[in-house]
Ligand binder design. Structure first.
Ligand SMILES: *Cc1c(COP(=O)(O)O)cnc(C)c1O
Length: 224
């Protein structure tokens, strides 16, 4: 079932769009099934759970951290994480840099931008994002590389609204790229789109979609 779901999602992707298979709250066997079907990029949002899966599964998996990351947990994932999607404070960026330095790595990060109408504690507003980039502290960090932006649309059935939010995210992404990353070809990722809205996200130029339930089914939150 998982491999069929995976193939269905893959077949619906625009060319060049990266599929992050969001496996949080699913058992190792489910990830193994996706792995055997060829999937190599997995997204997790809890450090403890990620550590268990990292130990249990093949080492050619690219692990993405997609959830809210606490600064005191960065050290656990710094040795192996491929991409951290939701950097939402300068403090977190600094800590990722510090831990990356310790293990001799450069860690790719996306800045989380808040575009949805919903109230949430996480993510820079577009104005905060500009301010933060303008302040320039990030430029002195040697062991993190900002490779793009990540965002989530409002959880709604109103497709017009979702289009609007993703379009705005893409416009902001282009503006930020032009203004702060003109000389940085690695700034190219716009992570947006989940099971319910990734088709819309693709139409609005997402480069990376984070799809969970459409591949693995409903999550069992009592697993951990
Ligand atoms: C859980 C999660 C997803 C995947 O959600 P689905 O609706 O299951 O596809 C994507 N992005 C983030 C940040 C998540 O926490």
């Amino acid at each position: 079932m998982i491999s069929q779901n995976l193939n269905k999602v893959k077949a619906s992707l625009h060319e060049g769009v990266c599929l992050v298979a969001v496996s949080k709250f699913h058992p190792v066997e489910s990830l193994r099934e996706a792995y055997d079907a060829g999937q190599r990029v997995f997204g997790e949002s809890h450090v403890q759970e990620l550590m268990v899966k990292y130990e249990a599964l093949p080492k050619d998996i690219e692990w993405h951290f997609i959830g809210h990351l606490q600064t005191n947990k960065v050290k656990y994932i710094a040795p192996f994480i491929s991409l951290i999607h939701a950097v939402d404070t300068v403090k977190l960026l600094n800590e990722i840099d510090r831990q990356a330095q310790k293990v001799g790595r450069v860690i790719d990060c996306l800045l989380q931008m808040h575009i949805a109408q919903e109230e949430t504690k996480y993510g820079f507003t577009p104005d905060e994002l500009t301010e933060m980039l303008e302040a320039g502290e990030w430029k002195s960090l040697t062991n993190v590389r900002i490779t793009g932006l990540m965002c989530m649309a409002t959880n709604t059935d109103d497709e017009t609204q979702i289009h609007k939010e993703f379009r705005y995210a893409h416009e902001t992404f282009e503006a930020v790229k032009q203004r702060f990353f003109a000389d940085a070809p690695h700034f190219k990722e716009l992570s947006m789109g989940m099971s319910g809205d990734y088709m819309i996200a693709q139409e609005e130029h997402s480069t990376m979609v984070r799809v969970g339930s459409m591949i693995f089914g409903a999550r069992n939150y009592s697993m951990n």
